[in-house]
Design a protein around this ligand. Structure first.
Ligand code: PLP
Length: 446
């Protein structure tokens, strides 16, 4: 209609979108999403679309959680904002920090709030630098990070990221970010089994650490499941091996749980599932189900101690511990707890989703599926099979458009689609999601 046309025109004129190819997005016109309803969103055509990506892997409680809206409205009415600087704060961030610690692996009792996943990781980088300085080991400056990692978009977190297309346009990475292999067995086309490939990654990691000098390495960053890099599930033994190597060389272990925390894989924190006992966990996204921005850097007692004792902590954002954002987080976390969503994903929805994903492997256009809990991916191939793929095949984007036309949203990445629906999805909606995916993929070779 005319309002849509006007908005699309204004959008073209005035807005630059994140991670968007502006040269071809206007062929069909930008989608203008209007409303949300449970696991669905409704765009300018009025068609409900089942959101198989939960916004951007974040709308865990779906789009109309009354409890969050009411909590934010009450906070906004009482006190929309007050800083946490200079020995003041408000109730909401205190309660959120307590909630986070209550469910976290044992030592992670302290949270530094920020506004996003990028800021949570950036904060971790600064805390780590300060920590080693206080320890008299300022030579520990280098950071280990993995291929196919995604950790954010600031200069430092883009440098942490292991996706060349995020770095190359900006002449990044910065110095001091040392790349180790991520466990992407499929992408490596390795002759080894996934487990053996995981072992090879660990041997490589050890070799790189020794070559760099273990005493120069400050920390390692790892997503338990690499999300934006293509939903890469760690092979058995890999994550615990990585954790062990860090312990051996005194390297801090940072678990980036921006996607995996708060129930996505059937645990409050994925680190707990793999018994990683990290020194730092970074969270964002699902902490508020995306209703308002919030990030958190959760640090162990050991790291917090020098910051708390006698130190002046010279870091923080105007909106660190923002009361309205924290009110959203508290209501969201309580909703997840009160409705038993974490257990539900673990015992019911996760296994159901994994079984549907396994069935999808039989589709002729699918060459591998991977998944755990409510996150999954399908690697796609053209008619000629995997050898007919080219760097410009980009089957993921093509497939996600086809699936959208069939009523569901998934994310295209390279030659794969990623799926990560809200945790409040029903079994019937999971059926419907996979039916849309199959119908879309039926047309991939047309
Ligand atoms: N870390 C991980 C694992 C992520 O998936 C993301 C975003 O997708 C980020 C960090 C960055 O978060 P943000 O986009 O909120 O800055």
């Amino acid at each position: 209609d005319s309002i849509t046309a006007e908005l699309q025109s204004l959008d073209r004129q005035y807005q630059i979108h994140p991670f968007t190819n502006h040269s071809d997005m206007h062929g069909t016109g930008t989608h203008i999403v209007q409303r949300g309803d449970g696991c669905y969103f409704i765009d300018e055509t009025g068609t409900p679309i089942l959101d198989g990506l939960a916004g951007l892997w974040c709308v865990n409680v779906g789009y109309n959680c009354r409890e969050i809206v009411e909590a934010v409205t009450a906070q906004m009415t009482q006190l929309p904002y007050y800083p946490s600087f200079f020995n003041s704060t408000t109730e909401a961030p205190i309660r959120v920090a307590e909630f986070l610690a209550k469910h976290a692996p044992a030592r992670l009792n302290h949270t530094i709030f920020s506004n996003s996943g990028s800021e949570a990781n950036e904060t971790a980088l600064k805390v780590i630098r300060g920590y080693w300085k206080l320890k008299g080991q300022s030579q520990r400056r280098k950071i280990l990070c993995r291929t196919y990692a995604y950790h954010g978009v600031t200069l430092a977190t883009t440098s942490l990221t292991g996706l060349v297309n995020c770095q190359e346009p900006f002449d990044l990475p910065l110095e001091g970010f040392v790349r180790i292999p991520g466990p992407y067995h499929y992408g490596a086309r390795s002759e080894l089994t996934p487990e053996d490939y995981g072992r090879w990654c660990l041997e490589e990691t050890r070799r790189i650490i020794l070559a760099e000098g273990p005493e120069t390495i400050a920390a390692l960053f790892a997503e338990p499941i690499q999300g934006a890099g293509g939903v890469i599930i760690p092979p058995k033994g890999y994550l615990s091996g990585l954790r062990e190597i860090c312990r051996e060389f005194g390297i801090l272990y940072v678990s980036d749980e921006v996607i995996t925390a708060f129930g996505r894989i059937g645990a409050w924190y994925a680190s707990e599932m793999w018994e990683l006992d990290p020194d730092i966990i970074c969270v964002a996204k699902g902490i508020t189900s995306g209703y308002l921005p919030l990030g958190g850097t959760m640090v162990s007692d050991e790291i917090a101690e020098p910051l708390l004792k006698g130190g002046y902590f010279a870091h923080g954002f105007t909106y660190s511990g923002h009361p309205s954002c924290c009110a959203a987080a508290l209501a969201n976390l309580r909703y997840i707890e009160d409705h038993g969503l974490v257990t539900k994903v673990k015992d019911d929805l996760g296994p159901y989703f994994e079984a549907k994903l396994a069935n999808l492997a039989a589709h002729p256009a699918v060459s591998e599926v991977r998944g755990m809990g409510l996150i999954g991916a399908a690697e796609l191939v053209p008619k000629g099979g995997r050898d007919a793929l080219t760097p410009t095949s980009l089957l993921g984007a093509k497939a996600s458009n086809l699936v959208r036309a069939e009523g569901a949203m998934v994310r295209g990445i390279r030659d794969l689609i990623a799926i990560s629906p809200p945790l409040v999805i029903s079994r019937e909606q999971i059926d419907s999601l996979f039916a849309s995916v199959e119908r879309g993929l039926d047309k991939l070779w047309d």
